[in-house]
Design a protein around this ligand. Structure first.
Ligand code: ATP
Ligand code: FE2
Length: 331
């Protein structure tokens, strides 16, 4: 059976088609690039409304299938921006009702983990999920993905994006900062904030912006921001790894494409003798395939949802969701 998944929790619209064995037949995405400033929820919603129909057509074409060959619709219920989520949910419901096929609304964060497991072969990893809206250290325990550590304020991707915006580098900031960091000459001292298993990025952001205003070289700040923030992420992952005794680590979410972060996590894993996994770049950031694949898992284990059950959940926590497909495997 084929599942068509629609993603649109933030500014990127994604549509993917995946079969029930996990083969990805199409992966289409369209980011909203704001001319200035950050992402406005209403603009994100308008972007999704405009692009979902186009991307659905393109995805069907890529897969070489007709609409009536789709057997399941999946969409991201949350967490995310309210107007964006509602637009995606409306599109998904319309498709499911008109095609007379089942629908499931799924958790976006778990989508990142499941596409990570699918594309890397990781089985029961400790996951470091790093993106624009989330920073969490997650591991499966007693029926759910539990959050062992997380940011106490802003997400690491958001921190990089905000710094880039202040520096006039545009959005998203992560890739630009990675490029600038490679040209740095010196490390600039910045606040390092780890509190047990949790981390905080706002003090780091404020300090970096102050140093930028005081005339510090942008390349040095980009480098130092990465080194400091990523060291914090590695430290909490390492602590959670020791605590959970998992034998593998998965890096996922939009920030997971960063080569420096990959390198640092890989080194930590090697030192602990555990396997390190990271999905191919096209599956790190938001995409429709992760929603389609999670749709299959949810549908297979919990069945379809009634339309009334497909309301959006803006603050949808990772540990709110039962994950029976993990329970039935060896864990
Ligand atoms: P979520 O809802 O999961 O928080 P999201 O809307 O933030 O998702 P993602 O595609 O998962 O979307 O992540 C986007 C983030 O990834 C942005 O903050 C962006 O700056 C960051 N990013 C992208 N490429 C890089 C990179 N090379 N280095 C660091 N950060 C990056
Ligand atoms: Fe995401």
């Amino acid at each position: 059976m084929l599942c068509l998944g629609i993603e649109g929790t933030a500014e990127k619209t994604g549509v993917g088609i995946v079969d029930d064995s996990g083969r990805v037949l199409s992966l289409r995405g369209r980011p909203l690039i704001p001319e200035r400033g950050g992402i406005h929820p209403r603009e994100a919603a308008e972007h999704h409304a405009r692009w979902i129909p186009v991307l659905v057509e393109e995805a069907l074409e890529d897969a070489g299938v007709d609409m009536d060959e789709i057997g399941l619709i999946s969409f991201s219920r949350g967490p995310g921006l309210g107007p964006a989520l509602r637009t995606v949910a409306t599109a998904a419901r319309t498709l499911a009702i008109s095609l007379k096929i089942p629908i499931v609304g799924v958790n976006h964060c778990i989508g990142h983990i499941e596409i990570g497991r699918l594309t890397t072969g990781a089985s029961d990893p400790l996951s470091l999920y790093v993106s624009g809206g989330n920073t969490q250290v997650i591991a499966f325990n007693q029926g759910r993905y539990r959050v062992f550590g997380e940011t106490l304020d802003i997400a690491v991707g958001n921190m990089l994006d905000q710094f880039a915006r202040e520096a006039g580098l545009g959005h998203p900031g992560g890739p630009v900062i990675e490029g600038l960091a490679a040209k740095a000459s010196d490390y600039v001292e910045l606040p390092y904030s780890v509190k047990g298993m949790d981390i905080s990025f706002s003090g780091l952001l404020t300090a970096a912006i102050r140093k930028l205003e005081a005339g510090e070289k942008l390349e040095n700040l980009a480098y130092s921001l990465q080194e400091t923030a990523f060291s914090m992420l590695v430290e909490v992952s390492e602590r959670a790894l020791a605590y959970t005794e998992k034998g593998e680590v998965l890096l996922c979410g939009g920030v997971a494409v960063n080569r420096r972060l990959r390198e640092m996590m890989e080194t930590m894993c090697r030192e602990h003798g555990v396997d390190f996994h990271m999905p191919p770049p096209e599956y790190c950031g938001d995409n429709g395939a992760m929603i389609a694949w999670l749709g299959h898992l949810v549908h297979k284990h919990q069945g379809p949802q009634r339309i009334e059950e497909t309301s959006v959940v803006q603050r949808y926590r990772t540990d709110e969701v039962d994950v029976p497909w993990m329970r039935e495997s060896e864990h």
